[in-house]
Design a protein around this ligand. Structure first.
Ligand SMILES: CC(C)(COP(=O)(O)OP(=O)(O)OC[C@H]1O[C@@H](n2cnc3c(N)ncnc32)[C@H](O)[C@@H]1OP(=O)(O)O)[C@@H](O)C(=O)NCCC(=O)NCCS
Length: 179
């Protein structure tokens, strides 16, 4: 399926999602990816990110037929990302992942609004019939976000991830739109 590349979704008066482009890459964005506190419950913590690696990533996602990478903007300031992808057009399903990079914006309901909006876009515009996500069992914030957006627990990968030298479960959740 050919996707519209340049998408803007107004979530409310302040928060907007926009397809990320190379010119959105800033040192601030690169620093979020290298910040342990932000990335500790994601696999990004195992990589050292640079301006050029992030530009390559953004460009690759922009060109991909199977991914939509959005920046989350608050009053036109980039504060985080949300990605719908990889999308399986065959199965009409996709993964969703996200982070709020600017910690000032944590706990203000923004991730919940963004996930909700991406789920609506995926199911109503792209006609996807399944959205999947996963989180470390320790990530209470993400657990709450996904639950509030209607995701249900579908599986537990027991002792699947290492966090600070201890093993933890990976929780697999999914959203199926109501007919
Ligand atoms: C997890 C994360 C996305 C939550 O984003 P957010 O915008 O702060 O989430 P919301 O404000 O929508 O919060 C939803 C709920 O979770 C709660 N919450 C958010 N962060 C929390 C935390 N660290 N600990 C406990 N509860 C938390 C909120 O209080 C809210 O609860 P409520 O509905 O009972 O009021 C954000 O902290 C983040 O980007 N973390 C780093 C990256 C990451 O972990 N990404 C997800 C990987 S699976």
């Amino acid at each position: 399926m050919k996707m519209n590349r340049d998408i803007k979704i107004d979530i409310d008066n302040n928060i907007q999602l926009r397809t990320l482009k190379k010119n959105n890459v800033t040192e601030k964005y690169v620093a979020w990816l290298n910040d342990y506190e932000i990335m500790k419950y994601t696999e990004q913590k195992y990589f050292k990110h640079s301006f050029s690696s992030v530009c390559d990533f953004v460009e690759q996602k922009y060109d991909s037929e199977n991914d939509l990478l959005f920046g989350i903007f608050s009053n036109y300031t980039h504060i985080g990302n949300i990605k719908l992808g990889p999308i399986s057009w065959e199965h009409r399903s996709a993964e969703v992942s996200y982070f709020i990079g600017d910690k000032y914006y944590w706990g203000r309901g923004i991730a919940t609004k963004c996930v909700d909006s991406i789920v609506k876009y995926g199911t109503k515009v792209l006609l996807l019939e399944k959205i999947n996500a996963g989180y470390y069992e320790l990530n209470i914030g993400s657990e709450k976000v996904l639950k509030k957006c209607g995701f249900c627990i579908e599986g537990v990968r027991v002792s699947d991830v290492v966090f600070e030298d201890k093993r933890f479960n990976l929780i697999l959740v999914g959203f199926v739109p109501k007919l």
